[in-house]
Design a protein around this ligand. Structure first.
Ligand code: PMP
Length: 395
């Protein structure tokens, strides 16, 4: 007997990124490959206190089954958070998900039939590409520059693919590039997609983690027709292990979402929803976020300074104003998998750019994570990468 897997399961067993992450577990390797928040910043004592309080006050309730849209109090608190982000919304527009990853998965499941066109930024978040592929999407990349998705290319792609089901974007400190889409482009994007009748799925787990520059309103802020589904999460501003994310969308959309949410897991873990709700009542979330951004600002600035000092001048790097990632492109057309392999041989791990493209990858690209490494690791790791780049340049 053998299993005949569905088309949801990727074909083949090899996975270049997974191989790198495995190799990066070697203590000799300095890893800029992961995408993990800094664990020393997790508010362990405050979460423990909130948990004790929840058990004391709501013990039986939190251990019981609950509604698929999520804990009503937490949905109200999230609506208030969205208001601080200039999205004027109410709790009936909020649904809880088990991490924003589940929101991406369920929204994709709601909208994609096999063969449907989905527009994505090129490059974009790897695990979203995997989700869209698993539902049989035909992915079409939209080009980016340092100001995020290019509107001229979006206009072209909307004209070429008027049947596109939706467009997926990570507008703030994008994974993998660290780039942010300007407010003017967000406004234009809503206009263009409205005219084309193509909805937007905005994925914004990093927006709160800004340490420089001006805050830019979410794309949802510019949406007056209920055509933007905005996804966010507590993973980067609190703790990813809690697995609480949310969607902001019209109630009619959320009603359909509820049906698939029930199929997936009935509802998100009730206890964790109450814990976050209690945390939000008792603690100062903006003060906690400030602690995170201060540390990430220091690490990002250090990594950028080391890059500027060590890498040849013709190597491109992005200039993130928040989030966890820097994007690098080495000129000369070297295959990004080969470049990442050479880095690993030099005991430093990066994720090759090839992982993040819907189609053909830009050569010489890779993603660096700075949130999870200390100063010495950043300094030594960047020197190791510089040596690899210099060796390649002299070959
Ligand atoms: N979207 C993006 C762009 C991400 O980078 C991540 C996490 N790496 C997620 C969604 C998923 O985050 P979570 O499920 O923890 O909210």
């Amino acid at each position: 007997m053998s299993f005949h897997y569905s088309n949801c399961v990727p074909k083949g067993d090899s996975n270049a990124t997974e191989d790198i992450l495995k190799a990066a577990a070697n203590p000799k390797v300095i890893s800029f490959a992961g995408g993990l928040p800094a664990p020393e910043l997790f508010p362990v004592a405050a979460v423990k206190k909130a948990t004790d309080k929840v058990f004391d006050q709501f013990g039986q309730q939190v251990l019981q089954y609950a509604g698929a849209l999520g804990y009503s109090k937490l949905r109200e608190q999230i609506a208030a958070i969205m208001k601080t982000r200039q999205v004027n919304t109410t709790a009936d527009h909020i649904a809880i998900a088990t991490g924003s990853q589940q929101a991406i998965d369920l929204v994709a499941k709601m909208l994609i039939n096999p063969g449907d066109v989905v527009l994505v930024e090129d490059p974009t978040y790897l695990a979203a590409l995997d989700v869209f592929r698993s539902y049989g999407a035909h992915l079409i990349g939209v080009e980016m520059d340092d100001d995020g998705m290019r509107m001229d290319d979006l206009q072209q792609k909307l004209a070429d693919y008027p049947e596109a089901k939706f467009i997926y974007t990570v507008p703030n400190f994008q994974n993998p590039t660290g780039r942010t889409m300007t407010a003017a482009r967000r406004q234009e994007m809503v206009k263009l997609t409205h005219a084309a009748g193509v909805p937007i799925v905005e994925d914004d787990p990093y927006g709160a983690i800004r340490y420089a520059g001006e805050t830019v309103p979410p794309i949802k802020h510019f949406d007056h027709h209920g055509e933007v589904v905005s996804i966010s999460s507590f993973s980067k501003m609190l703790a990813p292990g809690l697995r609480i994310g949310w969607l902001t969308a019209d109630p009619a959309f959320l009603q359909k979402y509820t049906l698939l949410k029930q199929n997936a897991d009935l509802h998100t873990d009730n206890l964790t929803q109450y814990i976050i709700s209690q945390f939000l009542m008792d603690e100062d979330l903006p003060a906690h976020i400030k602690k995170i951004t201060d540390v990430y600002e220091h690490r990002a600035k250090l990594m950028l300074a080391e890059i500027d000092h060590e890498f040849p001048a013709d190597v491109y790097h992005s200039q993130p104003e928040g989030g966890m990632f820097i994007w690098v492109q080495v000129p000369g057309g070297i295959d990004s998998d080969e470049l990442a392999k050479r880095c690993l041989e030099a005991n430093v791990a990066v994720v090759p750019g090839s992982a993040f493209y819907s189609g053909k990858a830009e050569p010489g690209t890779f993603r660096l994570n700075f949130s999870n490494m200390n100063d010495d690791q950043i300094k030594v790791g960047i020197k190791r990468i510089a040596k690899v780049i210099n060796e390649l340049g002299t070959n």
